[in-house]
Design a protein around this ligand. Structure first.
Ligand code: FES
Length: 352
């Protein structure tokens, strides 16, 4: 009851939804990167790898609960003074976490993105980031399978990460053949050595490293009742899902939400739905979010109205906005935005 009242007061008088969030800056003096509702994790290693990948080893605070192989986390880092969040699958196995309390992320850097290109340079050894609890349903389905129904994994690009976690975790107890087809540009395959070691240790595991054209010229054969795991570009997943359906295989896939198609032409009015703290408001791409939400009595906080005081901070969970001061268009992931200088470009989900 008391905490509910405090949280309500916090929402009225600050932009934090929980009272403890109000004290974040104070707590961060003794616990760097402490944020209400998230786990802290210390950066132990950052290595650049071939194909513009970066491998990051983190040590989560001890309250973090081990993941299941194939699950993902939200990684929040302060980059260039901005707090940004993205979703990444954990590439390491739960066995690694049990052994040394570390997890490894293997991230493809996107030259045009706002998050991944900065990771290798801005994350320093022993610095702190935040992570969420592990989540996701794309996990290995252990079952007694007859030898004639191999488990098949198809990974495209960074889609290798959940497969690597599952293989490291489950190969030692698998009771049927397992095959991995890993599709990536020439010389950009990750984990080549660990995969070779696994194949040596477990003779019933085989894998092929292929380029896209090799994959297209060597059609995959699936068998009915095989378990098929797929993670990669949308087109690849559509194709493998269709093939699985045709052959009667069990299809499992990992896919994160796709970026919505955006029209940044202000001359064309677009109707937009803004979901704020679970309540839907109507908006358009014609005005900043603060004005539009205030006019509908949404629980927003106003200060200067011109991007200076930061009172109108809000967490955008998904969707695209345009920063009216810089002209930058956000990506579709989670980040903190200022409502008074943000114009919506797509449906948004936000919280205060
Ligand atoms: S109201 Fe001051 S920055 Fe938005």
């Amino acid at each position: 009851m008391l905490s509910t009242t405090l949280n309500k007061l916090s929402l009225w008088f600050s932009h934090h939804s929980a009272f403890s969030g109000y004290f974040e800056p104070v707590i961060q003096r003794v616990k760097p990167a402490w944020r209400q509702g998230l786990y802290r994790a210390q950066v132990l290693n950052v290595t650049k790898a071939i194909g513009d990948f970066v491998h990051i080893t983190l040590q989560p605070q001890h309250q973090w609960k081990a993941h299941k192989a194939g699950q993902h986390i939200e990684l929040t880092a302060e980059l260039n003074g901005r707090l940004l969040t993205r979703i990444f699958t954990i590439a390491s196995s739960p066995q690694q976490y049990a052994k040394d309390k570390t997890i490894t992320l293997v991230i493809k850097t996107n030259e045009l993105g706002r998050f991944t290109p900065q990771l290798a340079d801005e994350l320093t050894i022993n610095s702190w980031v935040n992570i969420s609890a592990a989540q996701g349903e794309f996990v290995f389905q252990p079952a007694n399978k007859p030898l004639e129904t191999p488990t098949v994994m198809i990974a495209g690009g960074s889609g290798i990460t959940p497969m690597m976690s599952m293989l490291s975790e489950h190969l030692s107890t698998a009771n049927n053949p397992m095959y991995l087809r890993y599709i990536a540009p020439l010389n950009e395959h990750q984990f080549v050595e660990p995969l070779a070691l696994l194949a040596k240790e477990y003779p019933y595991f085989t894998f092929d490293l292929m380029t896209r054209s090799e994959h297209e010229s060597q059609p995959l054969t699936l068998l009915a009742k095989s378990d098929v795991y797929c993670c990669g570009p949308q087109g690849l997943m559509f194709d493998i899902e269709a093939l699985s359906k045709d052959t009667g295989a069990n299809f499992y896939q990992e896919h994160f939400s796709l970026a919505p198609i955006v029209n940044d032409d202000s001359a064309t009015k677009i109707d937009i739905t803004v979901t704020l703290n679970g309540n839907a408001f109507t908006a358009s791409n014609q005005q900043n979010l603060l004005i539009q939400l205030e006019s509908q009595n949404a629980p927003v906080i106003r200060g200067c109205g011109i991007g200076v005081c930061h009172q109108c901070h809000c967490t955008k969970k998904s969707g695209l906005v345009k920063n009216l001061l810089t002209g930058d268009v956000s990506d579709s992931g989670e980040q903190i935005i200022q409502l008074c200088i943000s114009k919506p470009l797509s449906d948004l989900e936000m919280s205060i």
